[in-house]
Design a protein around this ligand. Structure first.
Ligand SMILES: Cc1cc2nc3c(=O)[nH]c(=O)nc-3n(C[C@H](O)[C@H](O)[C@H](O)COP(=O)(O)OP(=O)(O)OC[C@H]3O[C@@H](n4cnc5c(N)ncnc54)[C@H](O)[C@@H]3O)c2cc1C
Length: 427
C-alpha cells in the first residue's frame, strides 16, 4: 500500500482495487460518523447504512490501512484466552455472551462475503492449532475439553492426522476447528467498504480526524479539509490510532508480527500442503502460522518486525522454518514480506470504551479481530439502532487504562522474537 512494500505486502499485490472514495473537503451532517476504515468501522457502517442510517466514515489513510489490511487472514472463532478463563474474567453473563457471539462470528464473515459477492478468497474449511511437543499437546487437550463442555465441535487430531491434513512435519497433534477459515484480509476490508457504499454509506479516505467535541446534542468531528456533525460517534481506530484518537492505542502494548510468502508453488507440492484447505499456527510462545493463498503461495508468519536487525534475523529464520516444516518444497525463494502491529491488552481481552454521550468503540483485539471486529461492528450498529442497550453489548464498558512499562514491554517482544529466531535458538 502506498509506497511501503513491507506494510501490506502480498495482500496489496493480490487484492481487487478499493472502491473509489474522496477526501472530505466540506462540512457535512450525518446520523453516525465513524472514525477508521478497518473491519470494525466498516462493518458498523455497512449494518447502519443497510438499516437506512446516514453514515460517514473518516479514514486517515486508505481502506484497510491498519491491521485489517496486513493480517494473516485466519478467521477464527473465539479469542486466544481459554474459553473458561474468559468466563472467569468477564463473569458468566458477558463471558457466555461473548463466547456464543464469537463462536458464530466466522459464519457471519463468510455469509457477508457471499451476500455481497466479495472477491476475497474466502475459504470456510477450518483451521489447525498445532501442538509443539508434549506440553503443546496438553494445552490443546485442555482447550478441546473446555470447548466441548461449551458445545463446540472442535476435534483433537493425532500427530499423523495433523501431518496428513496440514502437510507440516513435527507437530505432536492439533486442534481442528471447523467453524473457522481464511480470507484475503485486505480484499475483505475493501469488500466490506464496497458493500457499505452499496448500502448508502459515504467513506472519505485521506481524512485523518484531528479533533472531536460535543456541541449541543451532536458531535463535531474535524479533519484538515472539513468536518462532520453527527448524533453518534464511533471510534474504530484500534492499534493504528493516530491524531485525535491516539489515546486508544496508548492503552495497548504493541506486538510486532510479520509474514513472508513464496512464489506460487508447483501443483504437486501444493497438493501436499493443507490439501483440505484451512491454515495452521502453533502453540509456541513466539508462535508462527502458515497458510496458502488462492494462487498457491505459501505464507508463513511469526512475531517480529522486519526492520533494523530484525529484518535479516526474521527473514533467515523464516527460510529455515519453512525448510523444516515443509521439506517437500526443496529450493524456494521468498517473494514478498510485510509486518504490522497487534494491539495487546494486559488480560488479552478486547475493550469497549465510551468516549462521552453517544460516542463508543471497540479496540484491543489481541490478534483476533477479523471475525470479532465484524460482529462487534454489527453490535455497535444494533446499539445505535436501539435494538440492544449498553448492558446487552458483548463486553462491559471499561475506562481507558495505560499499562505500566509499555515501551519496555514492546522492546521485550521484539528482542525476544529476535533471540528466538536466531539460528542458535532451540527449534
Ligand atoms: C500482523 C497481524 C496479523 C494478524 N492476524 C490476524 C488473524 O489472522 N486473524 C484475526 O482475527 N486477527 C488478526 N489480526 C488482528 C486484526 O487484524 C485486527 O484486530 C483488526 O484488523 C482490527 O480491525 P479494526 O477495524 O478495529 O482496526 P484497523 O484495521 O487497525 O483500522 C483502524 C483504522 O483507523 C485509521 N485511523 C487511525 N487513526 C485515525 C484518525 N485519527 N482519523 C481517521 N482514521 C484513523 C487507521 O488508518 C486504520 O485504517 C492481526 C493483526 C496484525 C497486525
Amino acid at each position: 500500500m502506498l509506497k511501503d512494500k513491507r506494510s501490506h505486502g502480498l495482500w496489496e499485490l493480490s487484492a481487487p482495487p478499493a472502491p473509489p472514495t474522496t477526501v472530505l473537503g466540506e462540512h457535512v451532517s450525518a446520523e453516525v460518523v465513524i472514525v477508521g476504515a478497518g473491519y470494525t468501522g466498516l462493518s458498523a457502517a455497512l449494518h447502519l447504512a443497510k438499516a437506512g442510517r446516514k453514515v460517514v466514515v473518516l479514514e486517515a489513510v486508505e481502506i484497510g490501512f491498519g491491521a485489517s489490511g496486513r493480517n494473516s487472514g485466519f478467521v477464527n472463532a473465539g479469542l486466544w484466552v481459554m474459553p473458561e478463563d474468559l468466563i472467569a474474567t468477564l463473569g458468566p453473563v458477558h463471558g457466555n455472551r461473548l463466547i456464543g457471539l464469537l463462536g458464530e462470528a466466522p459464519r457471519e464473515v463468510f455469509a457477508l462475503t457471499e451476500r455481497y459477492g466479495m472477491e476475497c478468497q474466502a475459504d470456510h474449511r477450518g483451521t489447525y492449532h498445532c501442538a509443539v511437543g508434549a506440553s503443546g499437546l496438553k494445552q490443546l487437550q485442555a482447550r478441546q475439553a473446555q470447548w466441548s463442555r461449551l458445545g463446540a465441535k472442535v476435534e483433537l487430531l493425532s500427530a499423523g492426522d495433523t501431518q496428513a491434513r496440514t502437510g507440516a512435519t513435527g507437530y505432536t497433534g492439533s486442534l481442528f476447528d471447523p467453524r473457522a477459515g481464511t480470507i484475503q484480509p485486505l480484499a475483505y476490508a475493501r469488500g466490506l467498504a464496497g458493500a457499505a457504499i452499496t448500502e448508502g454509506a459515504t467513506i472519505h479516505t485521506g481524512s485523518a480526524v484531528t479533533g472531536f467535541e460535543r456541541s449541543g446534542a451532536a458531535w463535531q468531528v474535524r479533519t484538515a479539509g472539513g468536518s462532520v456533525s453527527a448524533d453518534w460517534l464511533i471510534l474504530a481506530t484500534d492499534a493504528y490510532s493516530t491524531g485525535a484518537t491516539a489515546s486508544i492505542c496508548e492503552e495497548q502494548v504493541h506486538l510486532p508480527y510479520f509474514h513472508v510468502s513464496t512464489a506460487p508453488l508447483g501443483h504437486n507440492i501444493r497438493k501436499t500442503i493443507l490439501p483440505h484447505g484451512g491454515a495452521g499456527w502453533d502453540t509456541k510462545t513466539i508462535l508462527s502460522g502458515f497458510r496458502l493463498d488462492a494462487e498457491g503461495r505459501l505464507i508463513v508468519g511469526s512475531v517480529g518486525a522486519l526492520r533494523g536487525t530484525g529484518l535479516s534475523i526474521h527473514r533467515a529464520w523464516a527460510k529455515r522454518h519453512i525448510r523444516k516444516l515443509f521439506p517437500q518444497l526443496g529450493e524456494f525463494e521468498l517473494e514478498t514480506e510485510w509486518y504490522g502491529k497487534i494491539g495487546m491488552t494486559p488480560d488479552h481481552l478486547p475493550r469497549l470504551h465510551s468516549y462521552g454521550p453517544n460516542a463508543i468503540g471497540f479496540s484491543g483485539y489481541n490478534g483476533r479481530g477479523i471475525a470479532p471486529g465484524t460482529v462487534f461492528g454489527r453490535e455497535l450498529a444494533r446499539l445505535i439502532l436501539g435494538e440492544i442497550d449498553l448492558a446487552g453489548m458483548p463486553l462491559p464498558v471499561s475506562e481507558l487504562a495505560i499499562p505500566a512499562f509499555r515501551g519496555i514491554r514492546e522492546a521485550y517482544y521484539e528482542v525476544g522474537a529476535q533471540v528466538a529466531h536466531l539460528p542458535i535458538a532451540p527449534a
